[in-house]
Design a protein around this ligand. Structure first.
Ligand SMILES: NCc1[nH]cc(CCC(=O)O)c1CC(=O)O
Length: 334
């Protein structure tokens, strides 16, 4: 650790026997506050005083498409606050993080995740199969748009942004017949009852690491890293590691038409012993939904990273690179 006076002032609360109240940086949206609040409560329960500090990000004040504001916009300013020592901990929706991790920051905890699947919220309690051809469905993720189109239901897919409440409001007002949205977000803010269908991964693979949180801190704080590690869930960690490795191997970002789900499953060996395996499924799509490639593998949870990369390489062999390039050149405006 540096002997620089300013640095020791900023970190002295970490070097004593007890931490002072940990400052957790969060965006101000209801979802972000709920997620960071859950981490705060878990820390307090484990005996570590903690409080929330709201950081306003450009993503919260701009209504333009995510592609135009830039990938990672929801993340960058939280990280700046962390690096500047304004907060000790940042809580992110893991799927919003770029795949490249900055050297100065680490993620000591991935808490148990919510259901990673996507959900349909449609008018009149309708499920996908009941929506008439031409129904207007809102979603902003190229991944969701591509997979919806590939279902061949003749749905009209429209761009959708804003916080969860705004999005749900477009179904209630009749502007849209339905929206597709992460189930986890709805559950966390207590509105899962509005879901009319939870989409199975065979229809719609979620975004890599959807439903998971990343609890991040500076890399040079071993005491804090040890405390945050208590919140880590090894199952979620293995699943997210595989999904993120798949995304990284495809060299794609959080707005790419890439879906992935990794799940720890129980298998039985030749002698009847139960053991855990990691199942990984992935897809790459063109935004227009003309083609969705899929691949999957099952292996050891210890080789989560390699398993995710192997599924990605299979997608690349099937032509994923060309497919995703078509998507980028085409209408990727939402
Ligand atoms: N990209 C926005 C975003 N980031 C995290 C969530 C929901 C919570 C999660 O997936 O962990 C959402 C909303 C959505 O995709 O519907």
């Amino acid at each position: 650790m540096s002997t620089d006076a300013a640095t020791s002032t900023a970190t002295e609360h970490l070097t004593g026997p007890k931490f002072r109240t940990l400052r957790i940086g969060t965006r101000g949206s209801l979802l972000a506050m709920t997620q960071a609040g859950a981490v705060r409560d878990a820390l307090i329960s484990a005996g570590h005083p903690a409080e929330l500090v709201i950081i306003k990000t450009k993503g919260d004040v701009t209504a333009g498409p995510v592609q135009r504001i830039g990938v990672g916009v929801f993340v960058a300013e939280l990280r700046e606050a962390l690096l500047a020592g304004e907060v000790d901990v940042a809580v992110h929706s893991y799927k919003d993080l770029p795949t490249a991790q900055p050297d100065e920051l680490v993620i000591p905890a991935v808490p148990p995740r919510e259901d990673p699947r996507d959900a349909l919220v449609a008018r009149d309690g309708l499920v996908l199969g009941e929506l008439p051809s031409g129904s207007k469905i809102g979603t902003s993720a190229p991944r969701r748009r591509a997979q919806l189109r590939a279902l061949g239901l003749g749905l009209e897919i429209l761009p959708l942004r804003g916080n969860i409440d705004t999005r749900l409001g477009k179904v209630a007002s009749g502007e849209l017949d339905g929206i597709v949205i992460a189930r986890a977000g709805l559950s966390r803010i207590g509105r899962a009852s509005e879901i009319t269908e939870t989409l199975e991964p065979v229809q719609m693979l979620p975004a890599p690491s959807q439903g998971a949180l990343a609890v991040e801190c500076r890399a040079d704080e071993p005491d804090l890293i040890a405390i945050l590690s208590e919140l880590d869930d090894s199952t979620t960690r293995a699943e997210v590691t595989a999904e993120r490795a798949l995304l990284a191997e495809l060299e794609a970002g959080c707005t790419a038409p890439v879906g992935a789900i990794a799940e720890i499953v129980e298998s039985i060996d030749g002698e009847g012993r139960v053991f855990e395996e990691l199942s990984v499924r992935g897809c790459a799509a063109s935004t227009d939904g003309s083609d969705v490639l899929r691949a999957s593998k099952v292996g050891s949870p210890e080789s989560a990273d390699e398993l995710g990369r192997a599924v990605a390489r299979e997608l690349l062999e099937l032509g994923a690179r060309d497919l995703m390039t078509i998507a980028e050149d085409g209408d990727a405006d939402d």
